[in-house]
Design a protein around this ligand. Structure first.
Ligand SMILES: Cc1cc2nc3c(=O)[nH]c(=O)nc-3n(C[C@H](O)[C@H](O)[C@H](O)COP(=O)(O)OP(=O)(O)OC[C@H]3O[C@@H](n4cnc5c(N)ncnc54)[C@H](O)[C@@H]3O)c2cc1C
Length: 457
């Protein structure tokens, strides 16, 4: 039996950095990957989708050429070249992760499926490995719900979308949340007809209602169709088309498309790694239960990234790595509960979010002040011809600390960090009003927005 100081399962956004930390400290570490190095973000998530977002944006701007003073003829997207560009960007990161790991001294890279045999042993490729500490960074996969007709028709997920090198005539996206909206806009801009089917009464149901509404209007203006309140979604064949039964309150009971993308959430990869043999507890959705420092129910086993249900982003997974590594190597006391919610939706314009939503602020019962400012009054936005969206910031009326913000607009994914960093500093919002900002930027308007605070209701 081979013994290591540490074994890491999965090369997502936490595992490789943790392996490097162990190796750098002169400790022996084995890292096991059953699929592609770099996991979801690198191969089927953030990197390829944001590369596609960039292609779609370029096509969109080219179509608007007349507004900017140039003509570009009829803009047609060559999907084979779009895919080749995406593959090149994604492949560079995938290769980078693998080469980095293989080049680490004290690090053994193993390709294969890891299964626990006991709390300290893992079996991979028929070999038993033992370690004092084991770290699970197993990630997740697209949820494929047991909806009626799912066996009868071909469907796409975020993973199989990566192989698409043609233009679907009519893409029906099931799921009106982050992944579904990003793909919907990408393919609409490539030239597909797109319908997004959502079982809830509004898109991105976790966001504030005004955010959901504005995103819907932006996407509708580009020709995306929506079918909301689709209570009982089903799939079926109709000659050469796929029918998505929507059973919704709005108009016809089904949508006919040529391709269907399922974007209805993620399922953690925890079902096939023998967690029960190690005694690692999972919750009823399959997420590994962890404490505030990401230790599982078994001492010496940690779970990081999407598989622990404490975040579903690349930055939350990487932050998990930082928390675990700082606690183990720097005798720090970092905790998951210290982090502030932050993420972006990469539609165009993007939505940058930090802190609490309106509903959460209301539930907290605090006295708050809020301000909302249209992007159409931000000079950088109208100089760029990208005036959709708004900036909304809510602060605590007593402490003056920022409680939450949504920036839907050009640069929103970047500008949100100004607010996020002030939140981490636990500083009052008034420091933003004393800073000198650069002109012309979206960020320079934050003091203006904050000067308009009114009671939050
Ligand atoms: C379409 C899409 C777009 C996204 N866009 C963004 C974005 O813009 N920004 C953002 O922050 N997040 C985004 N995300 C989410 C982000 O990709 C994930 O949160 C991120 O990859 C974190 O994953 P992870 O570290 O938990 O593990 P993963 O990256 O999922 O990696 C887990 C790895 O473990 C391996 N593995 C699993 N089980 C075993 C086993 N038993 N043995 C060996 N290996 C195993 C898998 O093969 C995989 O490589 C997106 C996700 C999707 C689906």
């Amino acid at each position: 039996m081979k013994h290591f100081d540490a074994i890491i399962i999965g090369t997502g956004q936490a595992g490789p950095s943790l392996a490097a930390r162990f190796a750098g400290a002169g400790k022996s570490v084995a890292i096991i990957e059953r699929g592609k190095f770099g996991g979801t973000c690198v191969n089927t998530g953030c990197i390829p989708t944001k590369t596609l977002v960039a292609s779609a944006y370029a096509a969109h701007v080219a179509r608007r050429g007349g507004e900017y003073g140039f003509s570009n003829g009829d803009v047609r997207v060559d999907m084979k070249r779009v895919k080749a560009r995406k593959d090149a960007v994604s492949g560079r990161s995938n290769k980078g992760v693998e080469e980095w790991l293989r080049g680490l001294e004290h690090c053994t890279v193993i390709q294969g499926h890891a299964r626990f045999e006991s709390p300290r042993t893992i079996v991979v490729n028929g070999e038993v490995l033992e370690a004092d500490e084991i770290f699970i960074n197993a990630g997740g996969r697209a949820t494929v719900p047991a909806m009626p007709g799912i066996q009868d028709v071909p469907f796409l997920t975020n993973s199989s979308m990566m192989d698409v090198d043609f233009l679907p005539e009519h893409l029906v996206v099931v799921g009106g949340s982050y992944v579904g909206l990003e793909f919907g806009q990408i393919y609409r801009r490539f030239g597909s007809e797109v319908t997004i089917v959502e079982k809830g009464p509004r898109l991105i149901g976790r966001e504030d209602e005004d955010v959901s509404q504005a995103v819907r209007e932006i996407l509708e203006a580009e020709g995306i169709q929506f079918r909301l309140n689709a209570k009982c979604i089903s799939l079926g064949k109709r000659e050469r088309r796929i029918a998505v039964g929507v059973d919704c309150e709005e108009v016809a009971p089904e949508v006919l498309g040529t391709h269907v993308l399922l974007a209805v959430g993620r399922t953690p990869n925890t079902h096939d790694m023998g967690l029960e043999r190690a005694g690692v507890a999972i919750d009823d959705r399959g997420f590994i239960i962890v404490d505030d420092q990401l230790q599982t129910s078994v001492t010496g086993i940690w779970a990081l990234g999407d598989c622990n249900g404490r975040g579903a982003f690349t930055h939350t997974s990487y932050n998990d790595y930082e928390i675990v590594a700082d606690n183990l190597f720097n005798a720090d006391h970092r905790r998951v509960s210290d982090r502030i919610t932050a993420y972006a939706l990469y539609t165009d314009p993007p939505l940058g979010r930090c802190g609490m939503t309106d509903a959460e602020i209301r539930k907290s019962g605090r006295r708050a002040l809020t301000a909302k400012y249209p992007m159409s009054r931000v000079s950088r936005a109208f100089e760029k011809g990208e005036t959709q969206g708004f900036i909304k910031i809510t602060v605590d009326a007593e402490t003056k600390q920022i409680l939450g913000a949504a920036i839907l607009g050009t640069g929103g994914d970047e500008v949100i960090h100004v607010l996020l960093d002030v939140m981490y500093a636990k500083a009052p919002y008034t420091v933003i009003q004393r800073a000198m900002h650069i002109h012309p930027t979206v960020a320079e308007y934050l003091p203006t927005v904050l000067s308009k605070l009114e009671p939050f209701v």
